[in-house]
Design a protein around this ligand. Sequence first.
Ligand code: GTR
Length: 429
Amino acid sequence: MNIGKLNVLRNLVAAMTVCLSATSVAQPKGFNYDEAKVPQFELPRLLTMSDGTPVESASQWTAVRRPEVLALFEEHVFGTAPPSLPRLRIRLRSQVDDALNGLAIRREITVFFSDDDSGPQMDILVYTPAAATGPVPCFLGLNFKGNHTIEADPAIHLPMIASPPGKEPPLAQAKDSERGTRAGRWPAAMIVEAGFGLATIYYGDIDPDFHDDFQNGIHSLWPDQQGADRPANAGGSIAAWTWGLSRALDVLEGDRLVDGRRVAVFGHSRLGKTSLWAGATDPRFQLVISNDSGCGGAALSRRRFGETVARINTVFPHWFCRNHRQYNDNENAMPVDHHMLIALAAPRAVYVASAEKDQWADPRGEMLSLFHAGPVFKLFDRQGLPSDVMPQIDQPVHTDVGYHIRTGRHDVTSFDWQQYLNFAKQTLR
Ligand code: GTR
């Protein structure tokens, strides 16, 4: 066989491998992807207090039922938040006034969580429109690979990346070659041109995403909360990332270029689960966006469609609290389901987005959660999703909440961002 043919064959095999691995990530085997096989179930009652009293008003929801539901999620799903800190120290690491071809002011703000400059810290990368005449509404979200992957900008600080035990080196600086590799998920210029700010943080700054019995990241600040015998309701990594988002909001509230009262919390996938929990625990977030968050996020656990509670707790034992494992293959015993997580954001705006090929995340279950949170929005004279019928692909539905299912796979695309910007223009006024 000549070299040309060999290369064609190699490319074909490589392409098939990519396809196969993409399919297997999107739909691992041994799980249900058939709507007809979704089990029968009854959702826990959103508008019934623990003593059986029906919730009939917004004030009853706010005073009694909301705190009950929040406490249930804390106890059984995400766990308690890390303690609060006496103070945050912040330092401007850099500022460029003509970033993104002159469209934006780009800053890196380092937030120290202790008095030690080499202790736990996070860098917030913030873009705000250069043309703004006052503080702007802003999107805040964690990123997976480091702030330097958002834009191919040689000046953005390279983060330190921690590796799971057994992988060397344990801590290494991110690579120059990765700059801008995630720019497609973070269309900073489009966001800034629409008049919004964009703030993002590498999630590993807050808690590296592997199970180390809660020793590294911010957990290093609280030695009494580490180890396998920590309380069964102690928060896992999602609670830690959520805590980091709230600390970032503390900083944005004091920022002169951002309007801290108009901040949208955004997250994709595991970080979408995180943005929903941030919206639930921190009522300062005015808009909560879940992009393809799936199991443990927007999707209803009782549907057991795609990823299940047992699978997520097994593969990612550090994300939720230990109590959550009681519901492995036992979803009906959970005192909550995830429509109640979305309801915790009401009457603030919520946006749930799904992707057609992302069956692992159960698009229909994500939409149904938003639909079943509707009665709480109604208590506040807000309109939830008008119907529990799946909207057409690429046809967003925007009321006081937003939903879309778009063409394509598990990802964040400019279509997603276009909808978030349109929706934020209405809801972050
Ligand atoms: C998957 C996980 C999902 C989702 C995703 C991600 O492996 O099963 O729950 O969170 O990772 O965060 O990319």
